[in-house]
Design a protein around this ligand. Structure first.
Ligand code: HEC
Length: 114
């Protein structure tokens, strides 16, 4: 097997949809897709809200403390702005008052895994 073949095979693998963003539990991603998260967020670029990769970077990914995870979960439930005004021009995240806290925490962990 020569190097050219390996490079080509790697390029094909990386371009397959789904594989490049395979981080995080797919069940949680489905939960987020059924909610409205992907209306305002994408993994690797800003939509209305910040890119999930940027959120993960700011809070040190899965090394984030339990209190950071809880704060972010509350932010999703209550909505609001302030932390990303430079990127969003001050657009707030809508509140998700019916989202159970445990699900919001799962979602935050999924975001931090990006
Ligand atoms: C109406 C658009 C909108 C929707 C829908 C939305 N978001 Fe957001 N989100 C934003 C905006 C705007 C911000 C930046 C808020 C700020 O500046 O503090 C944000 C910020 C965040 C942050 C980072 C919070 C912080 O304080 O750093 C997380 C995590 C997040 N959203 C997750 C989610 C999840 C999970 C969902 C689905 C349940 C969701 N968002 C739905 C617009 C949205």
């Amino acid at each position: 097997m020569n190097t050219k073949f390996l490079v080509a095979a790697a390029a094909v693998l990386l371009s397959l949809p789904g594989l490049s963003h395979a981080a995080g539990d797919p069940k949680v991603k489905n939960m987020m897709a059924r909610s409205d998260c992907f209306t305002c967020h994408a993994v690797d670029h800003q939509v209305l809200g910040p890119a999930y990769k940027d959120v993960a970077k700011r809070y040190h990914g899965l090394k984030a403390s339990a209190s950071t995870v809880a704060t972010l979960a509350n932010k999703i439930i209550k909505g609001g702005n302030g932390n990303w005004n430079k990127e969003t021009g001050g657009t707030p995240m809508t509140a998700h008052p019916h989202l159970p806290k445990a699900e919001a925490i799962e979602m935050v962990k999924w975001v931090l895994a990006q």
